[in-house]
Write a protein that binds this ligand. Structure first.
Ligand SMILES: [Mg+2]
Ligand SMILES: [Zn+2]
Length: 211
């Protein structure tokens, strides 16, 4: 495998409970943007495995009027610098800013980049000069698993809602290669899988049957 695509909200940074609206969503303000535990270390581990890293993230918050583009950029700077400080590196960052019901007219569209569409993943693979079947897609949402699966990536689900989410995706014949409680655990899974496949295939593992 050559690259890992990462969802942002719920994988890199914590989701936020917006009390006024009564919803759980992406952060809208600087103080709401908090990296999840062990994220920089997980990125560094993936770097050490020789994998390129791209963020592929739906960010409809600007379209919906929740935040300004400068705020999204500020989150990105925080994310990249915190990860860099721990010795990790993110190679590319891609957002879909669109939403079909956007308040901001120029972002109101049905696009090919909003996951579960695969436009962001295709762009990332092209820019990193890798093919999609050499990539992992890691996310905490159904749309991450669907996009990853449609693109031909190996998918890893991050979260604790295992059964519920899997029930939805399995109805669409999408099954994650692994379920991890956080990005660090997902990175450990990738390390194990890559170490196993590098060795001569003396003992067939049950994982290869799922592929
Ligand atoms: Mg997410
Ligand atoms: Zn889009």
């Amino acid at each position: 495998m050559k690259a890992v695509f990462l969802d942002r909200d719920g994988v890199i940074n914590a989701l936020v409970y917006h009390q006024d609206a009564g919803v759980i969503d992406a952060p809208f303000t600087r103080s709401q943007f908090k990296l999840l535990p062990r994220v920089p270390e997980a990125i560094r581990l993936l770097n050490d495995l020789g994998l390129r890293i791209a963020i592929v993230s739906n960010q409809p918050g600007i379209a919906k009027g929740h935040l300004k583009p400068e705020m999204l950029k500020s989150f990105e700077r925080t994310m990249l610098s915190r990860i860099r400080a721990a010795g990790g590196r993110i190679d590319r960052v891609y957002y879909c800013l669109h939403h079909p019901a956007a308040k901001v007219a120029k972002l109101r569209q049905r696009c090919r980049c909003r996951k579960p569409e695969i436009g962001l993943l295709e762009q990332a693979a092209a820019d990193l000069h890798v093919s999609l079947d050499e990539c992992y897609m890691i996310g905490d949402g159904i749309n991450d698993l669907l996009a990853g699966s449609r693109a031909g990536c190996r998918t890893i689900f991050v979260g604790r809602w295992k059964c519920e989410i899997c029930r939805f995706t399995e109805a669409q014949h999408v099954r994650a290669a692994s379920v991890a409680s956080d990005l660090w655990e997902a990175a450990q899974f990738i390390r194990t899988e890559m170490t196993e496949t590098r060795q001569p295939a003396s003992s067939p593992s049950c994982r290869s049957a799922q592929a």
